[in-house]
Ligand binder design. Structure first.
Ligand SMILES: NC(=O)c1ccc[n+]([C@@H]2O[C@H](COP(=O)([O-])OP(=O)(O)OC[C@H]3O[C@@H](n4cnc5c(N)ncnc54)[C@H](O)[C@@H]3O)[C@@H](O)[C@H]2O)c1
Ligand SMILES: [Zn+2]
Ligand SMILES: [Zn+2]
Length: 365
């Protein structure tokens, strides 16, 4: 017996979302039903809506959520009704080579589920896809239990929802993937939800100099609150690579592209120290678009790498929640707007214009 849920649905490329009542299937074995408490808007939702990421339409966007478990599918014994959880977009089957490697969690189920046509949402018998198998811009959704991260009930959902993607990706990129070292220098393109947390991660790691680079000058104050020691609007600079070299002498130790642009990906590499610099692609470059490099920029020893969800496992997501609750970092300056589900298109507009830092949809109880 299915239940109904209100949800934001993207019906077509670049179209505003519509709030629609959908049918929601009962949780299958291994799944749970969630009543969403809050969900942040990440730029990847936009990329899916504007075709930069491959995505079936129509679909329910949203992958940065916190919810309460309201129903358990058969065989789910690790979780109980009433618990608060982050549904994390990378599952953890616990059996595949990735899960058991101890080095990463790129669980094979991540791609397998992304390629499957299954979704709990439907409208008049037609399937409506769930972005990243989560679809958190719905009052209720159904997700796999092996992607859940239990969080304390007193954790403020309108802040901790951001840890489901942006914060984990940023902190993880700095702390897990790059392993930023104390006293080092760091450059970060893009002071958005992901970039600010990358800056925060570099600060927590003890970096001495953290240079935020953003085309929106309003981000300077916020970037500095996250730990940036310098801020550059690249439109004021003739050659950003040369400028960073002049600022730092030999280039930064670590550079992150948290925007997602081929030119920036290349610049991050070129602005790092030639011998030990680490350049990381974090922002999503449109599917099929290539990024180029001069091999001479790699010979001396630079590392050019990337980050999917900061390399974080479910345990890391929980660790980042605990660090937030312990006051190791703040999200007060990051969550700039709290909106209702009906205001979702306003959140999209504000992300496009740069008026918001992070918008969060807060669901009524
Ligand atoms: N790798 C991953 O696992 C992962 C996870 C989450 C998000 N992402 C991607 O990370 C990127 C950032 O996401 P977000 O949610 O932080 O976005 P956001 O919209 O919150 O922030 C993007 C920031 O980049 C700035 N910007 C835009 N163009 C710029 C340029 N040319 N130079 C410098 N700054 C520029 C904007 O002003 C804004 O402050 C997106 O591409 C998103 O899809 C990747
Ligand atoms: Zn995201
Ligand atoms: Zn696995």
């Amino acid at each position: 017996m299915s239940v109904k849920t209100r949800a934001a649905v993207a019906f077509g490329l670049n179209e505003p979302m519509q709030i629609v009542e959908l049918d929601l299937a009962d949780p299958a074995p291994g799944q749970v039903m969630l009543r969403m408490l809050a969900s942040g808007l990440c730029h990847s939702d936009l990329h899916a809506m504007d075709g930069k990421l491959a995505q079936r339409f129509p679909f329910v966007p949203g992958h940065e959520g916190v919810g309460e478990i309201i129903a358990l599918g058969q065989g789910v014994t690790d979780f109980a009704i009433g618990e608060h959880v982050i549904p994390y977009l990378i599952p953890e089957c616990g059996k595949c080579t990735f899960c058991t490697s101890g080095r990463t969690n790129l669980c094979v189920e991540y791609r397998a589920r992304r390629n499957s046509a299954r979704s709990p949402f439907s409208l008049d018998g037609e399937t409506i896809a769930a972005f990243m198998e989560l679809g958190t811009f719905a009052e209720k959704t159904v997700v796999w239990a092996d992607c859940l991260v239990r969080i304390p009930k007193n954790a403020p959902a309108d802040h901790t929802c951001c840890i489901a993607c942006g914060v984990t990706t940023g902190l993880g990129s700095a702390l897990i993937r790059a392993k930023v070292s104390p006293g080092s220098s760091v450059a970060v393109f893009g002071a958005g939800g992901v970039g600010l947390s990358t800056i925060e991660g570099a600060r927590l790691a003890g970096a001495a100099r953290i240079i935020a680079i953003d085309t929106n000058p309003a981000k300077e104050v916020i970037a500095r609150q996250s730990g940036a020691t310098d801020f550059i609007d690249p439109r004021d600079i003739h050659n950003i690579v040369q400028h960073i070299m002049e600022m730092t002498g030999l280039g930064v130790d670590y550079a992150f592209d948290c925007v997602g642009h081929p030119a920036l990906a290349r610049q991050t590499l070129e602005m790092t120290n030639a011998a030990w610099g680490v350049a990381m692609c974090v922002g999503v470059v449109a599917e099929g678009v290539e990024v180029s490099v001069l091999p001479t920029n790699l010979y001396a020893g630079r590392t050019w790498t990337g980050s999917l969800m900061g390399g974080a496992k479910r345990a890391d997501v929980r660790r980042f929640v605990d660090m937030y609750l312990a006051g190791d970092y703040s999200l007060d300056h990051v969550v700039s707007h709290r909106l209702t589900l009906d205001e979702i298109n306003r959140a999209i507009e504000m992300m496009k214009t740069g008026e918001s830092v992070r918008s969060v949809i807060v669901y009524e109880g």
